[in-house]
Design a protein around this ligand. Structure first.
Ligand code: IVH
Length: 713
């Protein structure tokens, strides 16, 4: 290791301080700050590029880099030859021969929000003199998080493939590129008069393929890859192309970097737009951005599309770390020009970082509705993916022990999609020696009953069913959206009513005194009446909803439906035998045990009897009876069509599934079409459907999810 533990701690703390500082006006202070910035940037580059284990997010690194650039721009005499700003980023090694690209492979400038993109368009207008009332058309594409590649075709044949290298020269990895099926070995460019072409693209691995690959590696006793990007980049640099082939790499192209006819005339102008160039590439057999790709009539549409994909990034089949916004028209691009580093006609829109590092200040143990005791990390507040985080899940005791996480540690946290943020790992190299181990309690922190851990389970539980923490959590769940869905009775109000002694069990929800509630501060007559109405409505909820609201361990929405389908009223379950449960497909002995235990507890039965007396529905309703598929699925009465290769089923199976769910399969894209399901390598159908603008486009996974089927990785 190049840095001592002490160095690392100092550089990490310094980075966090520098991130909070703005560029000073005083030159001497700026000179000192530039020196500090260089030191921390060098450290972060080492962690990222050499160790592949960064301790700050890409965003934080970019901010540090930008601060240094700003100082050096204002006082050019402060630039030093060894400043990180003077380094051309490069992935060159000596393992492969170096080749010169036909045209420079520039990088992209980064933006992080809508304002950045609007500011960029202003700059484009200043540069080109284009008036404000003339909209600029953009193409937005996914920003693939893989490994960059440049492919050269001469007289229709792939003659060379290279990595990006330093942008001017790259490593010749032609034999390996030939092992990637998505890269055509020949492509009839000559049909459109192109004699020599260089295409830029990205080599990457589909997320589901990556998971399988890692499972196979583990089964073979090999180390799993850290992430899909590393597996792809490494795959491109294998000595033996057969090894490359084994990684099942994929490749997209997204730029026609160079194109000339036999006389050497540039062929971009006759093509006119990026969109046309990509259509040409697709027709020649290349994979081009399709899902997550859109031609946008102005910057606002482009921004909306970027934001839409930021929210849906997990639905994308490949890892993406942002979107790329590109001016479509080649003539306008030319008027914008480029800097050494990036073109001015394109901009990356980077998604918010999902990982950050911060201090673990303390650990709290929370008791859930089924008694599970979970450790929660209390953190020094840190900004992550758009929100400030001050607590995160620590999973369970085994996780804490296996990672040796200590209070006082700097920890890496992650927040992906809608899931609760969680601790990924500690960074022991930043320890000061003051850290303390985490003591896992052996008794419930609320009711002090000794905790119990079932053999084979990772979770410690408080087994006192009447533990006040459990009771409160069960009431919170009972009224929540996933439970009886009582609007106006959120977590905060349940806690308040609990404190007041008004709620001691879910049945008490139906005994609330609305006159008293109306007198509470912050309530009033109107909201009390609204709450009363919502509670009245909930009394008529279908039986399956009631069952799913009761926090019976292992009984979620799916099992609740299966049970409700088979009883007249909830009390029938009291008399069910093991065999009754066994008859239901999808219900195992553990569920049977859990339901039996719930009804064996007199307190629970008493609570249900009270609810019944208070007017809560306990009987099977129309909604609980098994649905005839055609009437109830989201596909009922819809027209549907499939395109591209499906991964989880054959085309015929997919069509049968759709029909069983009440949909009608059409033979082509027309105005009559409601839904297009898109597999691998979709053809012209997808484009046509997009043009119509009225067709709902679903991935194979989304289609299966719509049918309520679980999709394996
Ligand atoms: S266009 C001159 N389009 O992002 C513009 N780049 O951070 C050329 N990348 O080096 C790049 N997806 O490796 C472009 N749809 C996309 C991209 C993309 C990923 C990569 C590319 C580039 C890096 C810049």
């Amino acid at each position: 290791m190049r840095y001592t533990q002490e160095d690392q701690r100092r550089l990490y703390e310094l980075s966090k301080q520098l991130l909070d500082m703005s560029v000073p006006d005083d030159k001497a202070v700026a000179a000192q700050m530039a020196g500090q910035l260089r030191a921390v940037i060098n450290y972060h580059e080492y962690r990222y590029y050499v160790l592949d284990d960064p301790v700050v997010s890409d965003y934080e690194y970019d901010q540090l880099f930008k601060k240094l650039e700003a100082i050096e721009e204002r006082w050019p005499e402060l630039v030093t030859p060894d400043s990180p700003t003077q380094r051309v980023s490069s992935d060159l090694t000596s393992a492969f021969p170096t080749v010169r690209h036909l045209a420079p492979l520039r990088s992209l400038a980064n933006s992080y929000n809508a304002e950045d993109l609007i500011e960029w368009e202003r700059m484009v207008r200043r540069l080109t003199g284009l008036p404000d009332d003339q909209p600029i058309e953009y193409v937005v594409e996914p920003k693939f998080d893989g490994s960059s590649i440049a492919l050269v075709y001469e007289n229709d044949v792939l003659v060379r493939a290279a990595t990006r290298g330093n942008g001017l020269e790259g490593e010749d990895i032609t034999p390996n590129a030939r092992a990637i099926r998505a890269i055509p070995l020949q492509a009839p460019f000559s049909k459109v008069g192109i004699a020599l072409a260089e295409l830029r693209g990205e080599v990457l691995i589909r997320k589901d393929v990556f998971e399988k690959l890692n499972k196979e590696r583990v089964a073979q006793g090999l180390e799993p890859f850290a992430n899909a990007r590393n597996a792809a980049a490494g795959g491109l640099r294998m000595k033996d192309p057969r090894e490359t082939a084994r990684r099942r790499l994929d490749a997209f192209v997204y730029t026609l970097n160079y194109a000339v006819d036999a006389e050497g005339n540039d062929m971009h102008r006759p093509l006119g737009t990026h969109e046309k160039a990509m259509q040409l590439a697709a027709s020649l057999g290349f994979k081009v951005p399709d899902e997550g790709h859109k031609v946008c009539k102005d910057i606002h549409e482009a921004i909306a599309f970027c934001e839409e994909w930021e929210a849906r990034r997990d639905a994308f089949p490949y890892e993406i770390d942002g979107m790329v916004v590109k001016i479509n028209d080649y003539a306008l691009r030319e008027r914008c020009g480029s800097t050494e580093h990036h073109p001015r006609w394109a901009m990356a829109y980077k998604f918010k970082a999902r990982q950050a590092t911060t201090k673990l200040l303390d650990v709290e143990f929370q008791v859930g509705r089924t008694g599970a005791v979970t450790p929660v990390a209390k953190l020094a507040p840190v900004h992550l993916a758009g929100v400030t985080i001050s607590s995160a899940s620590l999973h369970n005791e085994d996780f804490i022990k296996s990672r040796d996480i200590r209070i006082g540690d700097t920890v890496l946290i992650e927040r992906a999609g809608d899931v609760i943020p969680y601790v990924v790992k500690p960074l022991p190299e930043l320890r000061t020696g003051q850290e303390r181990p985490i003591e896992f309690p052996r008794a419930c922190p609320v009711c002090h009953t000794p905790l119990y851990r079932a053999p084979g389970e990772a979770i410690w539980r408080c087994i006192n069913n009447q533990c006040p923490a459990q009771v409160l959590q069960r009431i919170i769940y009972f009224v929540s959206k996933d439970g009886m869905d009582i609007e106006g009775l959120g977590k905060a109000n349940v806690e308040r009513f609990y404190e007041l002694g008004w709620l001691r069990s879910p049945a008490d929800v139906f005994r609330l005194d609305f006159e008293q509630i109306a007198r509470l501060e912050g309530f009033g007559q109107k909201s009390a009446e609204n709450l009363k109405r919502a509670i009245e409505r909930a009394k008529h909820n279908p039986l399956h909803q009631l069952i799913a609201s009761l926090s019976i361990p292992l009984v979620g929405k799916k099992v609740a439906r299966l049970l409700a389908e088979r009883v007249q009223c909830i009390f029938d379950l009291m008399h069910w035998s093991e065999e009754d449960f066994e008859r239901i497909e999808g219900v195992g002995p553990a569920v049977a045990q859990s339901v039996k235990a719930f009804f064996a507890n007199e307190g629970n039965v008493q609570m249900l009897r009270e609810m019944e007396a208070l007017g809560v529905n306990m009987c099977q309703t129309d909604e609980d009876r098994p649905a005839t598929p055609a009437a109830h699925t989201p596909l009922a009465g819809k027209t549907i069509l499939f395109t591209g290769a499906l991964q989880h089923m054959t085309r015929k199976q997919a069509e049968e599934k759709a029909e069983a769910a009440g949909a009608r399969v059409l033979s082509g894209v027309s105005k009559k079409l409601d839904i297009l399901v898109v597999g691998e390598k979709p053809g012209s159908k997808l484009r046509k459907a997009r043009e119509l603008g009225t067709v709902q486009i679903l991935s194979e996974k989304e289609f299966l999810e719509l049918l309520g089927e679980d999709v394996e990785a």
